[in-house]
Every structure is written in structure tokens, then in C-alpha cells.
Design a protein around this ligand. Structure first.
Ligand code: NAP
Length: 330
């Protein structure tokens, strides 16, 4: 029997392609840049599955171009670039990759937290710039303490919980705000639940770990940034639009908050002339939260397993729209 045809929208590790080829006829888009939306749609024609990433917009018209599509397997947890409701309506399974990249992403979010607190990026640029003319000054390069500070987690899911574990090693008090209160985790990790405004006024570090949804777009706007302490640091390793970039610029420029660390921006890529790049009190990485070799390998394998399961008509290991199972009788 012929294997089902699938598209992999960007180069992945050869061992992941090999694994996929065991159950599918695979075409990998070879370019560094993604296909244009028109090319993507024509590439999808006749495919039963596609392995996507955050740069592939899977909207209604794109799904329309692929009437035989059974499964969209996304490399990553966030599925805000996929119209999941439309996929559900069409009976298309959407896979994602929880469970394999939370630790890695929390590592990076915590790195940003430390860099922003202790001015690592800013002072490193100064050294490279040849400006280190005097060995030490008692008032030079003062930052804020990480150890013993209060961390406010917004969105206590997988990554938020990994941030909690890292914070414990730094003797931090942890306050969280999330859609659902988690009493067992409160007891296990000594967490304090607070509503958003109480969290914002208590935290020395506010770290965002909510998905991007209509409710969380510009979750951190002017009012929220003004509610933070003037000595506080904002970390965003979730999705760029969770923070209003204009309000963040003003907050950093006018000193409503002390600093920010971003792994995600709005838009991405951040244009070279973005006003945020004129500020010293911000550290920005280019959406690399889960970009460590073993983690990315595990993520690719999970995305491939999801895709193969969907093609076989089985449940996925991780599915963003399990409602589809009923219609498929699985
Ligand atoms: P997760 O396990 O689904 O956790 C998300 C948490 O946010 C859940 O606890 C959820 O509450 C909470 N939440 C959802 N909507 C909310 C709202 N309106 N208000 C308050 N809390 C809300 O996801 P995760 O794995 O931690 O990942 C979080 C996000 O990080 C992803 O969606 C993705 O966008 C982003 N991410 C970024 C990178 C990167 O490279 N920078 C890597 C991975 C993920 P419930 O407990 O009630 O569901």
C-alpha cells in the first residue's frame, strides 16, 4: 500500500526525517526561509500530513487547499499560528510538543532574568567596546539581586512550574497568577496565589508563561506595567504579543520598571530600527527558548511520532484538539 504523502515545512534533523519516512512519503522544504503562503498551499495539495513550525500560518484557506489533510503536527507547544478551531471543524488533528521543552525554555527564561537583573548584556557590550578603562568602582554596574527576591509567575503551566523549581535554588519567594488555581503545587512548592494586580505590585521579577490567545494579547499593557515596582524586571519567553511593545518601550525609557528580558517580540523578527534596541535596560534573544540540541531532537521526534500516529488513524501523544477523536472514532 502507498505511504501517505506528508510535507515537512523546514529542514529537520536527518534522523527525524528517517523515522518519518518509515510511515510516510516525505517531502522536506529545503530552503532556509519558509515557503510563501501561496507556495505552502500548493505544496500541501495532496498531502495527508504536515509537520509545521511557528512560521507556518495554518489558517482556513490553507487547510482548504489541502482537502486530504488529516494531521498538522507542530514542532513546538504554542499553536497560536494554527486556526485550531477551524482544524477541529474539518476533523484535522493538531499535534504539539508539551513535556519535552519546558525545562529548556525555563533555563533560557531564567538566563534572561539573571542577565537583565545583573546587566550582563549591557556590561558585556561595554567591555567589547573597549570602554573598561578602570578595574572597579564601588558604584559601577550596580544591578538588582536575584537571590531572595520575589518572583511572580504569570501562567503556571509546564514552563511556569520549571521556573518555580529554578527560583527555589535562588531562595526566591514565588507568587503566581494563573487561570486555574493549583492547590497541590502551592503546597508542594510553597507557592502563594495572588490575583494579577497583587502579583504585579509584589514581584521583583514578573515572568510570563501564558499562551497567546485573544485573552492574553497585550496582557501586559500600560496599566499592568505601571503597576509593577520601579525596581522590577519583566521577562517574556511566552509570545511577543502578550506584551504591548509600545507600552514596554515607554516603561523602560521612563523608568516605570527597571529592566526587561525578552525571548519573544512583537513583531518577530524585531526590526533593526525597533526603539527597544535603543535601550540599555533590555536584553533580547531571538526566540531561542527551546533551542538546545538534545531538546530540539526530542521535540522533533515527538512531532514525528504525532504525525505518524495521526496518519495511522491513532490518537496522538500530544494533541491540541482531542475533540476530533470522537468524530474519527478513536
Ligand atoms: P502550558 O503548560 O499550557 O501552560 C500555560 C499556562 O497558562 C497554564 O497554566 C494555563 O492555565 C495558563 N493560562 C492560559 N490562559 C491564561 C489566562 N488567560 N490567564 C492566566 N493564565 C492562563 O504551556 P507551557 O508549555 O508552559 O508554555 C507556555 C507558552 O510558552 C506556550 O503557549 C508558548 O507560546 C510559549 N513557549 C515559548 C517558547 C520559546 O521558545 N520562547 C518555548 C515554548 C513555549 P490552565 O492551567 O488553566 O490551563
Amino acid at each position: 500500500m502507498d505511504k501517505p504523502a506528508v510535507l515537512v515545512s523546514r529542514e529537520i534533523l536527518p534522523e527525524a526525517v528517517k523515522m518519518l519516512e518509515e510511515g510516510a512519503e516525505v517531502e522536506v522544504w529545503p530552503d532556509e526561509y519558509p515557503p510563501s503562503p501561496d507556495t505552502f498551499r500548493s505544496l500541501l495539495s495532496g498531502r495527508a500530513g504536515v509537520l509545521t513550525n511557528i512560521m507556518d500560518r495554518m489558517d482556513g484557506p490553507t487547510m482548504e487547499a489541502a482537502p486530504g489533510l488529516k494531521v498538522v503536527s507542530n514542532l513546538g507547544v504554542g499553536v497560536d499560528h494554527i486556526d485550531v478551531a477551524e482544524a477541529t471543524r474539518r476533523g484535522i488533528l493538531v499535534g504539539n510538543t508539551p513535556g519535552v521543552l519546558a525545562k529548556c525554555t525555563a533555563d533560557l527564561a531564567f538566563a534572561l532574568l539573571m542577565c537583565a537583573a545583573r546587566r550582563v548584556g549591557e556590561s558585556e557590550r561595554w567591555v567589547r567596546d573597549g570602554q573598561w578603562q578602570m578595574a572597579f568602582h564601588p558604584l559601577g554596574w550596580l544591578g538588582v539581586d536575584v537571590h531572595g527576591a520575589t518572583l511572580g509567575i504569570v501562567g503556571l503551566g509546564e514552563i511556569g512550574l520549571e521556573m518555580v523549581k529554578r527560583a527555589r535554588g535562588f531562595d526566591m519567594r514565588v507568587v503566581y497568577y494563573s487561570r486555574t488555581r493549583k492547590p497541590e503545587l502551592e503546597a508542594e512548592y510553597g507557592l502563594e496565589y495572588a490575583d494579577l494586580s497583587a502579583l504585579l505590585s509584589a514581584a521583583d521579577f514578573v515572568s510570563l508563561h501564558v499562551p497567546l490567545t485573544p485573552e492574553t494579547r497585550h496582557f501586559m499593557g500600560e496599566a499592568e506595567l505601571r503597576a509593577m515596582k520601579a525596581t522590577a524586571v519583566l521577562i517574556n519567553a511566552a509570545r511577543g504579543p502578550v506584551v504591548d511593545p509600545q507600552a514596554l518601550y515607554t516603561a523602560l525609557k521612563e523608568g516605570w520598571i527597571y529592566a526587561a528580558g525578552l525571548d519573544v517580540t512583537d513583531p518577530e523578527p524585531l526590526p533593526a530600527d525597533s526603539p527597544l534596541l535603543t535601550l540599555d535596560n533590555i536584553v533580547i534573544t531571538p526566540h531561542v527558548g527551546s533551542a538546545a540540541i538534545p531538546t530540539r531532537r526530542e521535540t522533533m521526534f515527538l512531532a514525528v511520532r504525532n504525525l505518524l500516529a495521526g496518519l495511522r488513524g491513532e490518537r496522538l501523544e500530544a494533541c491540541a484538539n482531542p475533540e476530533v477523536y470522537a468524530g474519527l472514532g478513536i
